[in-house]
Write a protein that binds this ligand. Structure first.
Ligand SMILES: Nc1ncnc2c1ncn2[C@@H]1O[C@H](COP(=O)(O)OP(=O)(O)OP(=O)(O)O)[C@@H](O)[C@H]1O
Ligand SMILES: [Mg+2]
Length: 253
């Protein structure tokens, strides 16, 4: 299970002068169980805010967020999140970072290591079990963050530009790995990105937001079969169509 329903969600932040900054304006969207959705939008349009609200880290101004028929209030064990910036605990080893949430749940050391080791293997980091985040590359750190989120077995995985800071080659490799993990674990994924290429490669559906205040501008199903080949003419054509639509309707540069 993992069906997400967002209805008429809006959010504003108070400004110093007493006025308010409207960041999200009446967002409604449904994400189906096991669907991989990418949300595309320009910087500052409210993507992180939207994800934080789904994760229960920010409250909504109005509207509702429902997961599997149950209205969400605050943080929820059914939801995992991978953040935009590296967010590992520097004083914990890789295995202890992955096991963090399990430890918080009160799981015994043996049990949580057994589970964490499974996810360590899934993200291809077995050799780095006892390393510390400072000893890892950016790509490896994000793999640990993915493993940490998955270890809690969420039905919904939220990812906020997890590969945005990586070089193109590492980014492409992690996209492939993520799809393999998604095929194996079949989570519902909401993945935020700036990159049309990344969105076409990863998702079943692309949702494009307008510049702030973020509104839904376009919804674009990606009907390419998997595994996708980003050098194929079919891939290039979908990328072109998405870019044209965005330029025409959503005023994103
Ligand atoms: N806690 C906050 N208080 C006040 N304003 C905020 C807060 N969080 C975000 N904002 C503002 O809301 C707007 C949207 O921010 P958000 O981080 O959601 O954008 P984003 O789409 O994720 O951008 P980026 O692509 O650069 O990550 C920005 O103008 C930001 O300054
Ligand atoms: Mg952001």
């Amino acid at each position: 299970m993992g069906k997400l329903e967002i209805r008429n969600l809006s959010k504003a932040f108070p400004r110093e002068d007493g006025s308010s900054l409207v960041v999200l304006d009446n967002i409604s969207l449904e994400v189906q169980d096991k669907e991989f959705v990418c949300i595309l939008g320009s910087s500052g349009c409210g993507k992180t805010t939207l994800l934080r609200m789904i994760a229960g880290l920010d409250s909504a101004e109005s509207g509702s967020i429902v997961l599997d028929g149950e209205k969400m209030k605050g943080t929820d064990a059914r939801v995992g999140m991978v953040f935009q910036e590296y967010s590992l605990f520097p004083w914990r080893s890789v295995i202890d970072n992955i096991a963090f949430g399990l430890e918080m749940q009160g799981m015994t050391k043996d049990d949580r290591y057994r589970l964490a080791e499974r996810y360590l293997k899934l993200v291809n980091l077995t050799q780095f079990r006892d390393s510390y985040p400072s000893e890892l590359s950016g790509g490896m750190r994000q793999r640990v963050a993915v493993a940490r989120a998955l270890a809690l077995d969420p039905v919904l995985l939220l990812m906020d530009e997890p590969f945005g800071a990586l070089d193109a080659q590492t980014r492409n490799m992690l996209q492939k790995e993520l799809l393999e993990i998604w095929e194996a674990t079949k989570k519902t994924v909401v993945f935020i990105t700036h990159s049309v290429d990344e969105a076409v490669f990863l998702s079943d559906r692309i949702i494009v937001l307008t510049p702030r205040p973020g509104r839904i501008c376009q919804v674009f199903p990606v009907d390419l079969s998997r595994p996708r080949d980003r050098t194929s003419p079919a891939f290039a054509q979908v990328r072109r169509e998405v870019l044209d639509l965005i330029n025409l309707n959503c005023s994103i540069q």
